[in-house]
Every structure is written in structure tokens, then in C-alpha cells.
Design a protein. Sequence first.
Length: 349
Amino acid sequence: MINKPLQLLKKTYSQQWKLRVGVGCAGLLFSACTIAEEINLNYAFFAPAQTFPAVQMERWATLLNERTDGQVSVNTFPGGTLLSASNMYDGVLNGVVDIGLSATSYEPGRFPLINLVGSITGIEVNSRVASQALFDLIGEFPAEETGLEGFKVITAFTSEPGYLHTQAPVTSLEQFEAQEIRVPGDSTAVVQALGGIPVGLTQSETGEALQAGIVSGYVGSRETLMDLQYARNVSYVTDYPLTNVVFVAVMNQQRWDSLPDNVKQEIDALGAEMASFAGGYLDEHIQESLAWAADKYDVEQLTLEDSEAQRWSDLLQPLNEDKLNDVASKGLPAFELYDRYLELINEYQ
């Protein structure tokens, strides 16, 4: 016969054990439910890692990892190791990578409206202001009009206006005449109007073309003097703003839809922040590049006389009007976007 105190003790111990086991299991279940799903994203870009868009890409990857407490890891692939400029956006659509960053000017037929931000000449604006304005425009105009349907836009930014970099000094139209100049896609007509001979080359082809004498200069942002070592092959920069380059980073829409809400919130929050960062970084880096090029290779900046600058503007203004009319003829709000772009520039300046 079991005495009552011993029986009561066993019953009490049994109840406590069951309670502890129950609490322990519930705790394990709660912990399992709160462990965040680990996410890996692949992010591709066509240009080398030292270029400013790739610097932006690496910073975005780091910040997203930090702000999701390590939940999201981003594998970056600069330098065209996964996709080139010509197939970046299709590669994202087809799921080759989760995110791709490219210049929209490499596919002018695909992005006629948003490319106006890059192809209109004569606008005195730095990269930070232009980038902030561009990001806002993409948010304000429907994706069906900007050519970005089927994508989730991660961020967007621009270079500074392109400037003429040459081996011989150019301070007049006469000095520019018949020079063969490397151009991004939207600068072809600009160089032609000023009397030069445009040569369409990607950045990866430009260095060899300069070195081999295939071209005598290029139109581009001035950080390339240092980042891509073009200062070794050009000696002058003519201070007149031509076209710039629009960069848009996009995610595969299905991949975006699969992400948890907390990750989506962090990515959305980084959009405008990275547009401002990329532009600001470039503006500061350009000054560093110009100083470096002048010190190491004696690269000079040339200023046009006011009357000469007016001659250039008189030749280029009809091109601006033609571009706007051409895009408008496609049923797109070209003039509305251009006017809004100028408004945003004034606001951010």
C-alpha cells in the first residue's frame, strides 16, 4: 500500500513534468515560427566593380543584409560575368538573375520615354539632383509608359551629363569637325550635329579603341578618367553638358512577389536612398577624378566662350525638340515628362 504523501508527491511531480514539457515544446514551436526564412538574391551588372553603379550595387547589398538582420544575402556579379548590357533586362525577365542593373540607353527602342532624361542636352545638373528626379519620375509615370512593365524597380540614378573628352583640344565647332568620337547610344545625333563622327561602342570596348586610335575621344561622365583609366589616352575635357546615362535596377516580378513583407519594405525604403547615394557618390568622385587626371596625366578642362557655347546650343536645341516630338508621336507623354523633370530638378536644387 502506497502511503498518501508519496502518492501525492508523484502526482505533483508528474503534473510539473507535463507542464514543463508543454512549455518547452511550445517554446520550440514559437522559435521555429519566428526563425526568418533565409533569402539569397543574385544581382548582375555589366561594368567593372570600380565603376560608380557597381559601388552602388555593393552598398545596396550590404545595407539590405544589415537591415534584414542577415536574413537576405546578395551575391553581386559586376563586370558582365552573368549578363551583358545587351541582355540584362531580358535576363531578369527570364529569371537568369533576380536583379539586374543596366543603362537604358543600350536599348533605346525599349525605353523611349525614360531615355529622354538622358538624351536631352544642355541641362546643367549634377548627378545627385538628376538621380533623385529620375527616381521620382519612374514612380510617377505608369510602367506601361516607361517600358518597365513586368519589373519591380529597385532603384534608378543617372551619370552626370556627358562631356567631350579628346586627345586634341576642342573649344570650337571647327576643332570638333570630323573627329571620331565614342558615344553611348543616345549621343549619336548630338555628335553628328556638332560636326563629329559618332562611333557606337560599349564602355568595355572604349579603352582599347582610344589606345588603338580608332577613336580620338569619347562622350561620357568624367569619373571615367580615373575609374577606367581613360586619362592615359585623352588630354582635354570640354565643359559643355551633353547627354547623360540613365541606370535602372530591376527585379524579376515573380521573385519580388515571393518575398516576405518585411524584406519588401526594406527594399522599397532603399530605393530613393540609393538614388541619392549613387548621385552624391558620383559627384564627389568626379572631383577626385579630375584632380587625379590633372595631377597624373596633365588632363586640362576647357571652357567654351559664351558665344561659342551658344553656337553649340543653337545646333542641339532642334535635336531636343525632335526627340520630344518623336517620343510623343508614339503616344507617350514626352512633354509632360520633360516638364516634370525640370520641375523636380528645381525642387531638389
